[in-house]
Design a binder for this molecule. Structure first.
Ligand SMILES: N=C(N)NCCCC(=O)O
Ligand SMILES: [Zn+2]
Ligand SMILES: [Zn+2]
Length: 326
């Protein structure tokens, strides 16, 4: 479609006319998918599922907590010099209804719902849910783009094998994804890793799968700009998926999560690294593991809402540039 034929995106509710705390919450006060004719460039979608957790439950409420905290976002993003909701249509596609009593069925349901959204031409900005949901999302993305580059922001590796014999859990999605051949093993990085492991073998196994690691301490020592440069070089122009476990942040910046680890990056560092990736071909992304029951004053949900805002901005810039090039 040429730019002349591209309809003007319908943006968020105007907070100078309708107080931002009024009405039901959609992400960033954006229209619902049905309000934009069922078609959008970027679909913000919730996955209220947390049956895959190994410790504190509650991430099933994460998506709605992020939506509530996102009421204060404004339409212009100065850090990326872009108005994400004007450059592309962004809409809230509601929640994927995953079975909380059957993980295998939930994983299938999430993959099928992602197939529908990606098949309609949208990129997905998914709000979790626990980290289990990254596997079906990556499966769906790989059906469309082939094996993708992955940036995984997390305190944890999430490349463990099984928990209590279960293969689909929040500690195992990326091992499954490597086994299934849906990741581009030349361009895999964990960012923000820290904390105790089961053994040194965890690191050896992880490296064999092709992952590079930028630890939380590396970010502290080298700074966000240098880290972003290094990641960008590794990714190149490959289709990129970014998965952000909010526990990549220090518990001071994200107390509301199920498996917190001390010594994490700040929300400023996370946002700055993402801004340094603004030229990447981000095809879809998730923000997971927000568990509002352990949150205070929406600290975690606000950080997650801004994280999704930067990710959405990267995607909308790409969409607008793609249109301009045609
Ligand atoms: N993906 C998250 N948040 N945590 C994984 C922790 C797995 C464990 O309990 O060892
Ligand atoms: Zn984690
Ligand atoms: Zn995780």
């Amino acid at each position: 479609m040429s730019s002349a034929e591209t309809p003007t995106p319908r943006g968020p509710v105007d907070s100078s006319r309708v107080p931002r705390y009024a009405g039901p919450a959609t992400y960033a006060r954006l229209p619902r998918l049905d309000e934009v004719g069922g078609k959008t460039d970027i679909a913000v979608v919730g996955v209220p599922f947390d049956t895959g957790v190994s410790y504190r439950p509650g991430a099933r409420f994460g998506g709605n907590a992020i939506r509530e905290a996102s009421r204060l976002l404004r339409p212009y993003n100065p850090a990326q010099d872009a108005s994400p909701f004007a450059l592309a249509q962004v809409a809230d596609a509601g929640d994927i209804a995953a079975n909380p009593f059957n993980i295998n069925e939930a994983v299938e349901t999430i993959e099928a719902a992602a197939d529908d959204l990606l098949g309609s031409g949208a990129r997905m900005m998914t709000l979790g849910g626990d980290h289990t949901i990254a596997l079906p999302l990556l499966r769906s993305v790989a059906k469309k783009h082939g094996p993708v580059a992955l940036l995984h922001f997390d305190a944890h590796l999430d490349t463990w094998d099984t928990y209590f014999g279960a293969e689909y859990t929040h500690g195992t999605p990326f091992r499954r994804a490597v086994e299934e051949g849906i990741l581009d093993t030349e361009a895999l990085s964990h960012v923000g890793t820290r904390g105790p492991l089961y053994g040194k073998q965890d690191l050896t196994d992880d490296e064999k799968m092709g992952f590079g690691i930028v630890t939380s301490a590396d970010i502290y020592r080298r700074g966000a700009d240098e880290v972003a440069d290094q990641l960008r070089q590794r990714i190149g122009d490959r289709p990129l998926y970014i998965s952000i476990d909010i526990d990549c942040l220090d518990p001071a910046h994200a107390p509301g999560t199920g498996t917190p680890e001390a010594g994490g990056m700040t929300s400023r560092e996370l946002l700055e690294i993402l801004r340094g990736l603004s030229s990447c071909n981000l095809v879809s992304a998730d923000v997971v593991e927000v568990a509002p029951a352990y949150d205070h004053a929406e600290i975690t949900a606000v950080a997650a809402s801004h994280t999704a805002y930067e990710l959405t901005t990267i995607m909308s810039r790409q969409i607008a540039e793609g249109r301009a090039a045609k």
